[in-house]
Design a protein around this ligand. Sequence first.
Ligand code: CMC
Length: 431
Amino acid sequence: MNNTKPTPGKPAQIIVDGKTLECPTFVGTENEKAMDISKLRDSTGYVTFDNGYANTSPTTSSITYLDGDNGILQYRGYPIEQLASQSTFLEVAFLLMNGELPSKTELEAFEKEIESHQTVDESFLKFFDIFPKKAHPMAMLTGATVGLSTIYQTEVDPANKDFTKKNAIRLLAQFPALTAAAYRHGKGEKRVAPKKGLDYASNFMHMMFSQNDSYSVPKEIVAALNLLLILHADHEQNCSTSTVRLVGSSAANLYASVAAGITALWGPLHGGANQAVMEMLEEIQKDGGDIAKTIAKAKDKASGFKLMGFGHRVYKNFDPRAKIIKVACDQVLKTMGIQNPLLDIAKKLEEAALKDTYFIEKKLYPNVDFYSGIIYSALKIPTDMFTPMFALGRMPGWVAQWKEMVEGGTTKIGRPRQIYTGYTKRDLKRG
Ligand code: CMC
């Protein structure tokens, strides 16, 4: 497995208030340069201030490489475009979690292992019954994911590699059943058990939609789902993955760490954007399709509105996932004979934004969430299930990142500093 240490570079100097710190520097395999400032406070009394961690790397990682200026995304060195067109989701999951693509025999063994762990005990699934019908599935999934740890509670110690291996498989294998259970609960429908002999995507669709034994998933649906899951599988140190690592850095178990990642993903600035995009498009449609009005509102800071599915912390160029999804969107709708007026609205919105100076100057492009919802809708997945679909895809990434951190053995507990701006010391005066 390629997991080289970064190459040391020439030390850098930080001079502040007449004090000098020699900072070690190092370079990653894609020439990303970093400066180790961990001794800055001890040497100079200063801490760094970096709102939103915009310029902070809390870790090295050999899983995913992202070049936001050039729109490049690679999992373990493989370009996302190649994986998206030539792999299955479980192959990509194996790659992320183990470092290399599986051989045919390894893949078959991996698929069998996933299949053998895909059933979640019905007594545990009763957990979903306590929620209100209208409960958001992301809330239910957070609870259910951390809840799984209670089943395996004697085998969750992160220091035990065998446990980590087992829990990685269990989580990946059982998350589809949890996701489908959340959906069925909202619909007031009976849960459907996983079926042996189906691939990962088909089995998920079976648990979601099967009403009787004759249910089978059309191959274009399986292909579209497989593609979306691959495109969401990892994205280096994004908000939810950093959350998984931060929680895991306290030696919390995998289920607890991933459950925290799910809550981070739920926010509309992160994975929740796919739901927000669809709601925005529906709103525009209701409002008579006024694109110019929406663009103007997104540019008006006082409105508090942002163009959902647009912009990214790291991509200052096209998000390569959005490019693939846009093409897939047209293809899926065409193959399935679906006409969705929201797709036209989305395209017009994109076209208008990309011509507008505000979006050009701020380098705001459509991101992964802009078109994905239109495909999910074509697959009959309701809007409030879009973010759970993102979570389903992101699972191998969260697991791989947590595993890398735990097995690396060098991660310290995540504990940022702050600049205190409250009252200075004052005395309590009573009576
Ligand atoms: N619509 C209008 N203005 C925007 C948008 C947008 N979607 N995104 C950024 N801007 C403006 C922002 O107001 C700021 O303007 P100014 O410099 O005048 O203050 C400038 O562009 C830079 O944006 P930022 O908010 O400082 O950038 P960030 O890196 O902190 O935030 C973001 C990135 C993704 C949270 C943000 O672009 C956003 O809120 N986008 C909409 C939500 C969205 O689509 N999220 C999904 C992200 S991709 C998938 C994922 O991570 O899950």
